[in-house]
Design a protein around this ligand. Structure first.
Ligand code: GDD
Ligand code: MN
Length: 383
């Protein structure tokens, strides 16, 4: 690798580095010695390097780490102009010489003893091996119910929003390994702190394996993640959704919906004025036909990339779209009714809320049901 010469020569000279493990740190002085020792013990069988990326911590984390670098295969990067977990990890990647790259918290909440199992998964063919709290055998030690609920909520949103993450039990993990090819050519944006999402969405992994571990309680020092980071998380998610093309798809879907509104209104006028139908009955065909035109636009525009060939599957999608739309119509009326009568909201505002809720329902139901993606394609699509 090109950065080989920059590696600490004491341990990896001559041989290729199998694993570069990145540990971002901010005020982790008390954890550095046990971290370095435990990593070294756990990886005694492997040719590895540990890269500590410190943002000039006032407690002197970097100085302490530097003092260990003659004894261990340890590289210390100190950044003075930037702050942030994700950007620190990305900086670490750029200096890593290993065939496999990994990320671990420095506070020992991620037990270094679990790394060999992750490495085994990679050796067994996985592109990404995630230390997972949410597969059998994994877990979390000492979290409050509140933190657990927030975590599950965040995880659910991410899985719903991002196709690359759909089947993954612990997409927000901060403990994972991957083959370096996964991010070759990818431009990782250092926003947010969920660097795994970045790797899964922008990288080109096709096989992702989750290996259980127990997320430990922090024994020393304190967490750095603030409320601001939670907001950043939402920003990061929308950035990734945009990257995956999901937001473009949603905009197309809304444009089609607006076209359906025009079709509905135009036909209503024609059926009443030209055909001479009763005003109540005329509503039915004009609404049903607008669903049909919506379906056609979505089939050949919004979701054109997800069409499977054959008349039968086309008809199945048409029926599904129709069902989704009928339920959406029911949702529209119900939300309008509740907003208007139970919440006493102004009728125009009530209708806007109702349309918004029904549109979300329609979009996501059609996304995950009508034009469902086959398993496996989801991960390939991210690249
Ligand atoms: N360089 C650098 N710069 N490192 C940072 C910064 C920063 O601004 N902020 C935090 N870190 C380092 C910490 O020193 C620690 O090693 C690691 O990043 C995790 O930070 P914590 O402050 O301990 O975060 P946490 O325990 O709340 O969150 C962890 O758990 C999440 C799972 O719920 C993180 O590992 C997340 O990545 C993980 O998703
Ligand atoms: Mn922590």
């Amino acid at each position: 690798m090109g950065s080989q010469s920059a590696l600490n020569p004491s341990m990896n000279s001559g041989q290729a580095v199998e694993l570069s493990l990145i540990a971002p740190t901010y005020n982790e002085k008390e954890n550095i010695v046990p971290l370095v020792e435990r990593v070294h013990k756990a990886l005694s069988q492997y040719n590895y390097e540990l890269i500590i990326v410190d943002d000039n911590s006032p407690d002197g984390t970097a100085q302490l780490a530097n003092s260990l670098s003659s004894k261990y295969p340890l590289k210390v990067i100190v950044r003075t102009t930037e702050r942030g977990l994700a950007s620190a990890v990305v900086a670490g990647f750029s200096q890593a010489g290993g065939q496999v790259l990994g990320v671990i918290d420095a506070d020992l909440q991620h037990p270094p003893e679990a790394i060999p199992a992750l490495l085994d998964a990679i050796r067994g063919g996985a592109d990404v091996a995630i230390g997972s709290r949410y597969v059998e055998g994994g877990g979390i030690e000492g979290w409050s119910t509140k933190r657990e609920i927030i975590s599950i909520g965040a995880k659910t949103i991410a899985r719903l929003l991002l196709s690359s993450v759909k089947g993954i039990k612990d997409p927000l993990a901060g403990f994972f390994l991957f083959r370096r090819e996964v991010i070759e050519g990818a431009v990782l944006a250092p926003t947010g702190y969920k660097i795994l999402l970045e790797v899964l969405v922008k990288g080109n992994a096709s096989q992702v394996v989750e290996v259980p571990y127990i997320f430990k309680e922090r024994e020393r020092g304190k967490s750095n993640l603030t409320f601001n980071e939670q907001l950043n998380f939402l920003k990061h998610l929308s950035h990734l959704a945009w990257f995956e093309g999901k937001i473009k798809r949603f905009i197309k879907f809304c444009i089609v919906g607006a076209s359906g509104f025009c079709v509905n209104l135009g036909l209503l006028a024609i059926f009443v004025e030209v055909v001479g139908m009763h005003k109540v009955w005329a509503q039915i065909p004009s609404y049903q036909i607008s669903i049909l035109t919506n379906f056609m636009f979505n089939e050949f525009w919004t979701f054109s990339d997800r069409r499977t060939p054959g008349l039968k599957s086309f008809l199945i999608r048409a029926v599904k779209f129709n069902l989704v739309s009928q339920v959406g119509w029911g949702i529209n009326i119900s939300v309008y009714y509740v907003a208007l009568n139970a919440a006493g909201i102004y009728y125009i505002v009530s209708q806007i809320i109702a349309i918004a809720v029904a549109t979300m329902w329609n979009f996501f139901s059609n996304l995950i049901w009508t034009w469902r993606q086959k398993q496996g394609e989801a991960l390939a699509e991210g690249g």
